[in-house]
Design a protein. Structure first.
Length: 455
């Protein structure tokens, strides 16, 4: 069947579900009314391990197949390794899935009777954090990638019917009653990576020109690369940076190989590139990161060298898609975002100094975290998402003169507090913690961009 985007397909075919259900019920007496409890289209009396084992009647089976055209979860046989000849080919199975600790999907297998005899079909297992109808807490499983408890969404292959006998239905499809619980990974701006190679190459050339002409290359408070103090912030540029890093471990314009900027190595720069290229208001997930690697065609474009080596993992049993091995990656938030921010509390018009962890809306660390450190693909994703959250904080505050955020790996909390307590500018009767000034060339503090400024 021709795969379609889940969101388009599901919304299109569920818009008139109630009317269609009633139409089928007129010719199918056993079909229950579509309501809060009976809307599953399945008999709820027989549930084993949270999986519906039979339909109400053969008429119900036919009605359910006709009523709901669900998105395919896609079998392991589908070619996702290179995402086709065009990075825009891989749309259909971008779902939140059950994965092992390395981020590799854990597959379900079903035997399918075909014209040439029985064959085995392997399916990606979609999961939901929500309690599913007919299930209990005991039906939860641990998603090894991040340690969170999830509910496996029942697939058509679990039913005692032959889905192949019905058009548009496959064993890897979610059962109609649970199709609405299948959740897409939100890529948002990460989809900009679906750009022609010549566009990406042009963006990378722009980055190289900026870096090559810079006097100082550093990192800002979010981990973005800065050129003479100005942060590179364009999503298409970071999509190109990410592709270059994963391919060769380098960034044109930076001499080191693999690339390194201050305390960030090539892997951390790659995670920063993902966080910078993403939509700032949408948290990143492991699934989104894995699909981003697919879109960029990392395995296909990888160029091994003495300086840059990637390892790849496959599904069990082996399929056509390969997944980057993040086994050596570790991330500790308190080491990277260890400093403070000087920010203006607008309601009280009071300047404050706070630890970055207290003012940036970081996501909760996953259950696989040990001693504040997150390893593997969960760590890579967490760093990318923390970068995203910090950039959002910067965008909301950096327009205010006097705002300051420590660069990654830097802690000037004491100096910032001292600058508020003993400001260099006296304003007479005005409270000293109320007014700060803009950066001037004669600034006397390397920490405070406004300390020592004359007015």
């Amino acid at each position: 069947m021709a795969f379609q985007t889940f969101r388009t397909k599901w919304k299109t075919h569920t818009r008139h579900l109630g009317d269609a259900h009633q139409s089928q019920a007129d010719s199918c007496p056993d079909l229950p009314p579509l309501g809060a409890e009976s809307g599953h289209l399945f008999e709820g009396a027989l549930v084993e391990g949270g999986i519906m084992r039979k339909f109400r009647s053969l008429c119900t089976i036919a009605s359910a197949m006709l009523l709901t055209m669900t998105a395919p979860v896609v079998s392991a046989a589908d070619d996702g390794g290179s995402a086709g000849s065009n990075p825009g080919d891989a749309f259909s199975d971008l779902v939140i899935a059950l994965r092992d600790v390395n981020g590799v999907p854990l597959l379900r297998s079903f035997t399918v009777d075909g014209e040439a005899g029985p064959t085995t079909e392997y399916c990606v297992q979609p999961v939901s954090v929500e309690l599913l109808p007919g299930m209990a807490a005991a039906d939860q499983v641990v998603n090894e990638a991040d340690g969170r408890a999830v509910y496996p969404i029942p697939l058509m292959g679990e039913l005692p019917i032959d889905p192949a006998a019905v058009d548009e239905v496959e064993v890897c499809d979610p059962q109609p009653a649970y199709a609405s619980y299948v959740e897409e990974a939100e890529l948002e701006r990460l989809n900009l990576a679906r750009q022609p190679d010549e566009v990406r190459d042009r963006k990378l050339s722009d980055v190289e020109l900026k870096l090559a002409s810079a006097d100082v290359i550093a990192l800002d408070g979010a981990g973005r690369i800065t050129v003479d103090g100005a942060a590179l912030d364009a999503a298409p540029e970071y999509a190109a940076i990410f592709a270059s890093l994963m391919s060769t471990g380098t960034i044109p314009g930076i001499d080191s190989s693999p690339a390194q900027v201050e305390g960030f190595d090539a892997w951390m720069l790659a995670a920063t590139a993902v966080g910078t290229a993403s939509s700032k208001g949408v948290p990143l997930t492991i699934d989104a990161v894995e699909y981003y690697f697919r879109i960029v065609k990392v395995p296909a474009n990888y160029l091994p060298s003495a300086d840059w080596t990637l390892e790849f993992l496959g599904t069990d049993p082996p399929g056509s898609e390969q997944f980057v091995d993040f086994g050596d990656f570790s991330y500790t938030r308190s080491d990277v975002f260890q400093g403070c921010s000087t920010w203006l509390d607008v309601p009280s018009l009071t300047w404050m100094v706070s630890p970055i962890a207290d003012v940036v809306e970081f996501g909760e660390l996953p259950p696989v975290t040990v001693g504040g450190t997150v390893d593997n693909v969960a760590g890579f994703t967490q760093l990318a998402d923390d970068v995203r959250a910090t950039i959002l904080y910067l965008h909301e505050n950096e327009v205010i003169p006097g705002f300051y955020l420590d660069p990654v790996g830097t802690n000037t909390c004491d100096a910032q507090t001292q600058s508020l307590t003993n400001p260099a500018v006296a304003w007479g009767g005005v409270p000293t913690d109320l007014i700060q000034t803009e950066t001037m060339p004669i600034t006397t503090s390397v920490y405070m961009p406004w300390a020592g400024t004359t007015v």
